[in-house]
Design a protein around this ligand. Structure first.
Ligand SMILES: NC(=O)c1ccc[n+]([C@@H]2O[C@H](COP(=O)([O-])OP(=O)(O)OC[C@H]3O[C@@H](n4cnc5c(N)ncnc54)[C@H](O)[C@@H]3O)[C@@H](O)[C@H]2O)c1
Length: 336
């Protein structure tokens, strides 16, 4: 049966891919975005789009009238930046969740699918991170994501709105912002190398990650809107099979581009987790998750996308609030 879906952050990477999938399945989709991130052209034509910030409660109440399902993807998802811009990141992570949740409850929305982040786990004793671990976020972004989860669980207990938490991790693919100096390492490196410039790597580059191609995750994210058994659950979304270091990531992109690699190394960013991977066991079991794209295929899709759209200069579009000797010089000196 066709549902009315509202996607916050619909001009963003995940929000726009979700919108496509929902439209394809025959649902009615509306959404909003303040265009702090994302690209306007990401919004599919058939989405009823509102260029508005989620922080306005009255407006959110109006936009959620008659909506069955909210997908909350809007966020300034800047983990590294969050210790230097806590006001910006918390406002657009925790506070907007509270606002949207308030409107969702008032308007009788049935289900609220919340995009959390693996930053909620922080530094754990072992990897991969499993959903039953006690969260220990260690930066304002992760702290806000966990607080947003708790807030939604509380409103669900009190008012009965169905809540599901997705934990997407290191998802890559076309439509991801690649001219943003603060986030999206694979897209940043590709944009730099396509400009004939060397990638910049924080620390020794031996941080390990597990990247996931967006199409592998969208199906799972969709199911979270409809399956009765996922209500109240938190589920990691993404693979746990192909680990790479940031150094290896740069090498693979360089190979795909036939680029002579000689990365520029800069000091570590404070609080960056060295080894961060999530288990996909629960997603496999509950949502039938299966990795179909390997890392090289995903990176090739990014390369094709940036080539087709054109390389872009980096835009320092966000305020760095705290300048100190710890503020990365990549941002202080606009090195990208
Ligand atoms: N992509 C990933 O790998 C990943 C990993 C972990 C968590 N997530 C989470 O998934 C969600 C989507 O991530 P994404 O990669 O698509 O990010 P994105 O930046 O591409 O999309 C987020 C969108 O939200 C919009 N936005 C930000 N603040 C807003 C506000 N106050 N009002 C309205 N719109 C606002 C931005 O303009 C942007 O278009 C986020 O909650 C993020 O924390 C993503």
């Amino acid at each position: 049966m066709s549902k009315k879906i509202f996607i916050s952050g619909v001009a963003g990477f995940l929000g726009s891919h979700l919108a496509d999938a929902m439209l394809k399945a025959g649902h009615e989709v509306s959404g909003c975005d303040n265009l702090l991130g994302g690209y306007l052209e990401n919004v599919p034509d058939d989405v009823e789009f509102f260029q508005v910030d989620c922080r306005y409660l009255n407006t959110m109440n109006k936009l959620l009238r008659g909506v069955d399902i909210v997908y909350h993807t809007a966020c300034t998802a800047y983990e590294g930046l969050s210790v230097f811009s806590p006001h910006l990141v918390c406002q657009n992570t925790f506070q907007i969740t509270a606002t949207l949740a308030s409107a969702a409850v008032s308007q009788g929305v049935q289900r609220f699918v919340n995009c959390s982040s693996m930053a909620r786990y922080g530094q754990q004793e072992r990897v991969p991170f499993t959903e039953d671990m006690k969260p220990k976020p260690q930066d304002p972004y992760g702290i806000s994501k966990l607080a947003a989860e708790n807030l939604l669980n509380c409103l669900s207990d009190v008012h009965g709105i169905e809540v599901v938490h997705a934990v997407p991790h290191n998802i890559i693919g076309p439509r991801q912002k690649y001219d943003d100096p603060f986030r999206n390492v694979a897209s940043i490196m590709t944009n730099l190398m396509l400009q004939g410039r060397q990638p910049i790597i924080y620390g020794d580059g031996e941080q390990k990650r597990c990247f996931s191609f967006v199409q592998d995750d969208i199906d799972c994210l969709n199911k979270l809107a409809f399956m009765p058994e996922v209500v109240g659950e938190i589920i990691n979304i993404g693979p746990d099979e192909e680990f790479v270091t940031i150094n290896e990531l740069a090498k693979i992109i360089a190979e795909l581009l036939d680029f002579k690699l000689n990365p520029v190394y800069v000091p570590d960013r404070p609080q960056e987790v060295k080894l961060a991977t999530c288990s996909a066991d629960k997603a496999r079991k509950v949502l039938g998750y299966k990795t179909q794209y390997n890392l090289r295929q995903g990176l090739q899709e990014i390369i094709d996308y940036i080539r087709q759209r054109g390389v872009h200069k980096f835009r320092y579009h966000l305020d760095v609030e705290i300048y100190s000797e710890k503020t990365p010089k990549t941002w202080k000196n606009k090195m990208f």
